[in-house]
Design a protein around this ligand. Structure first.
Ligand SMILES: Cc1cc2nc3c(=O)[nH]c(=O)nc-3n(C[C@H](O)[C@H](O)[C@H](O)COP(=O)(O)OP(=O)(O)OC[C@H]3O[C@@H](n4cnc5c(N)ncnc54)[C@H](O)[C@@H]3O)c2cc1C
Ligand code: SF4
Length: 511
C-alpha cells in the first residue's frame, strides 16, 4: 500500500457505526486498525461473558466495516498492542493515526505513548456514544461544588435533545414521574419470553477463545444471549420496546427470586460497546409514548436512565478523575466478602443476586444498588475493592460507569457529591420490594439473635458509626433520631451483633 494513508485505531468498546474517528475520511486512503490484546483482557479477572462480548463484537464490527468498504487490518488473539501496532506501521507506513477518545481515564495517554514510540502522534476525536459535552456540565456545576444533582442535568438534556418536550415544556407537565414508578412485585406476575439472540460464528469462536485463555475467570458463558452485532442489538431493543417498555416504569424497583430481568431493557452491554446509541433508543421510546403504545411514566423513566443518569455519570467521571476513584469518605475498610466471589451464603437475596451475576454478568439496577451495593455500604466494604468487583463481574462494566455508580451513588464514598443521602436500607426495604425474604434462612423482622437478618444490625450499626456526620444531613436525620431514641441495652445488643458480623467478614468468613 502506498505511503500517506490514515490509520484509524478502533478499540473494543468503540464498535459504533458513528465512530467519530472515521467521520469525513475516504475509505480508499484509510486503514482501520483493530487489535485483540490478551494482556488487556487479563487486566482484571473479567467475567467470561464480558470477554466473549468484546471479542465477538470487535470481529463482527470489522465485518460490518469491510462490508461498508473500509480496509480493516485486524490482529486476532495477540498478547499486547505493541507487536501488532509495530507490524501495522511497518506494513502501511501511515502518515496519521486517529482514534476516538477512550472511555476510561488514562487510556488515551497510554495509546499515545505506544504510537509516539513509533513516531506517530495520536490524534483523538470526541466520543460518539454520549449526547452531552463537558462544557454543558461545567455550565451547570462550577468546579469545587460539593454537590451536583442528576435532576438539574437531566432537565438540561431534555431541553437539548427535545425528547419528551412540547413547546419547550416537559410533556405531561412534569419532568419526573418517579413517584408512580415504585411498585413492589405482584404475586403471579408473568413476563414476556426472552428473545432469541442468534449465535453468530464470531460468538462461537470468541467463546472458544475465552475458554482457552481465560478459563480461570469468573462467571459462566452459558447460553450466550448478548447481541454482538448492531443488527442483533437493534432486534433485541425492538423486542424490549414491544414487550417490556410499558411496564418498565411501575416495576423498575421490583425484585423477584429467580426472575432476573422483569421489565428492564438489558441493553447496557450493547450500548456501552457502541452497538446502540442512547439517543436512538430515547427517540424510539418517545415514539412508543406518542403512538399510545407505552405510558408516559414508563417512557420518561427509561429516558431518564439514558439521558439523565448515564450522561451524568459520564460527565462526573471526567470532571473528577483521577482523584475521585480513591475517595473513601466513610473510612470503609473491610475486604470484599467471600460470598461475592463464590455466591455461597444463607442470605436469600444475596444468593439470588450472585447466581444471576455468575450466570449473566448482569443484574438489574435495584439488585446492584439495594442488595449488593447496600450490603457493601452498611457493612463497610472498601470502596476501591468494591468498584473493581463490580467492574470485572458485570458485562456492561467500565471504569467510567463503575466509579461514579459505586464510589458515588452506592457507597457514598465521595462524601455526597452525587447523592444527597446514602442508599442505606435494612431488610424492610428488600422485604417490601421483593419476595426474597419469604424463602430466606434469616428473619427480616429481627435485628439481633442468630436468625436475625444481617442487613438489620449492619444498617443500624452503620447509622451509629456515622451518627455525627449524618446528623447534619436533613435527609438522614430521621434514622439518626430513631437510633438515638433506642435504649442503651438495645443499642449494645445491635452493635455487638453487627461487630460479630463484621468480624466474620474481616476474617473472610460468611453467613
Ligand atoms: C453498583 C452499581 C454498578 C453499576 N454498574 C454499571 C455498569 O458497569 N455499567 C452500566 O452501564 N451501568 C451500571 N450501573 C447502572 C445500572 O444499574 C445499569 O446500567 C442497568 O442496570 C443496566 O441494565 P439495563 O440495560 O436493563 O438498564 P435499564 O434499567 O433498562 O436502563 C436503561 C439504560 O439506562 C442506562 N442507565 C441506567 N442507570 C444508569 C446509571 N446509574 N449509570 C449509567 N447508566 C445507567 C443504561 O445504559 C441502561 O441500559 C450500575 C449501577 C449500580 C448501582
Ligand atoms: S431476610 Fe435479610 S438476608 Fe434474607 S432475603 Fe431478606 S433481606 Fe435478604
Amino acid at each position: 500500500m502506498e505511503r500517506g494513508i490514515t490509520t484509524v485505531w478502533i478499540t473494543g468498546d468503540q464498535c459504533s457505526p458513528r465512530n467519530t474517528a472515521l467521520r469525513g475520511l475516504d475509505p480508499a486512503g484509510t486503514v482501520v486498525l483493530m487489535i485483540e490484546s490478551l494482556a488487556r483482557a487479563r487486566q482484571l479477572p473479567y467475567h467470561k461473558r464480558k470477554l466473549v462480548l468484546i471479542f465477538a463484537a470487535m470481529r463482527s464490527f470489522a465485518d460490518d466495516l469491510r462490508a461498508a468498504g473500509w480496509h480493516v487490518d485486524y490482529y486476532r488473539e495477540r498478547e499486547n498492542y505493541e507487536g501488532p501496532l509495530a507490524e501495522h506501521v511497518a506494513r502501511f507506513a501511515p502518515a496519521r493515526i486517529l482514534a476516538m477518545t477512550q472511555s476510561e481515564f488514562g487510556v488515551d495517554a497510554r495509546l499515545a505513548e505506544l504510537t509516539g514510540a513509533l513516531g506517530l502522534e495520536l490524534e483523538t476525536t470526541e466520543h460518539a456514544n454520549f449526547i452531552s459535552t463537558g462544557a454543558e456540565f461545567e455550565r451547570l456545576f462550577s468546579r469545587g461544588q460539593t454537590r451536583i444533582t442528576m435532576e438539574t442535568f437531566y432537565r438540561a438534556m431534555r431541553v437539548k435533545t427535545g425528547i419528551l418536550m412540547d413547546d419547550g415544556r416537559p410533556v405531561g407537565g412534569a419532568w419526573n414521574f418517579d413517584a408512580e414508578n415504585r411498585k413492589p412485585p405482584k404475586r403471579g406476575m408473568r413476563f414476556p419470553p426472552e428473545p432469541a439472540v442468534p449465535l453468530r460464528a464470531h460468538t462461537s469462536d470468541a467463546i472458544a477463545l475465552v475458554e482457552k485463555h481465560f478459563a480461570d475467570h469468573p462467571g459462566v458463558v452459558g447460553t450466550f444471549d448478548i447481541p454482538v452485532t448492531r443488527a442483533d442489538a437493534l432486534a433485541y431493543a425492538d423486542d424490549f420496546f414491544r414487550h417490556r417498555l410499558s411496564n418498565f416504569g411501575p416495576y423498575e424497583d421490583a425484585m423477584l427470586a429467580g426472575e432476573t430481568r422483569l421489565y428492564h431493557s438489558r441493553l447496557s452491554a450493547a450500548i456501552n460497546v457502541g452497538l446502540l446509541h442512547p439517543l436512538e433508543l430515547c427517540e424510539r421510546a418517545e415514539l412508543a409514548y406518542r403512538n399510545g403504545v407505552a405510558p408516559l411514566a414508563s417512557v420518561e423513566g427509561f429516558v431518564r436512565q439514558l439521558i439523565g443518569w448515564r450522561e451524568f455519570v459520564w460527565q462526573t467521571y471526567w470532571r473528577t478523575m483521577p482523584e475521585y476513584r480513591s475517595r473513601n469518605a466513610l473510612d470503609a475498610a473491610l475486604p470484599v466478602p467471600a460470598f461475592y466471589i463464590d455466591g455461597e451464603t444463607q442470605m436469600a437475596c444475596q444468593a439470588d443476586a450472585h447466581r444471576t451475576v455468575r450466570e449473566l454478568g448482569w443484574a438489574h439496577h435495584i439488585v446492584r444498588l439495594m442488595v449488593l451495593g447496600n450490603f457493601a455500604l452498611i457493612a463497610g466494604i472498601e470502596p476501591q475493592a468494591m468498584t473493581d468487583w463490580f467492574w470485572f463481574m458485570f458485562v456492561d462494566g467500565y471504569d467510567w460507569v463503575m466509579v461514579p455508580n459505586v464510589i458515588g451513588m452506592t457507597l457514598h464514598a465521595d462524601g455526597g457529591l452525587v447523592g444527597t443521602k446514602p442508599y442505606a436500607a435494612s431488610a424492610n426495604y428488600i422485604d417490601k420490594m421483593s419476595n426474597y425474604c419469604s424463602g430466606c434462612h434469616y428473619n427480616p423482622k429481627m435485628t439481633t439473635g442468630a436468625d436475625a437478618c444481617p442487613y438489620n444490625a449492619l444498617y443500624w450499626d452503620f447509622i451509629a458509626r456515622n451518627e455525627r456526620r449524618f446528623a447534619k444531613n436533613p435527609r438522614m436525620s430521621l434514622p439518626v433520631r430513631n437510633w438515638a431514641r433506642r435504649d442503651d441495652a438495645a443499642k449494645t445488643a445491635i452493635r455487638e451483633r453487627a461487630a460479630a458480623l463484621r468480624a466474620t467478614l474481616r476474617a473472610g468468613g460468611r453467613f
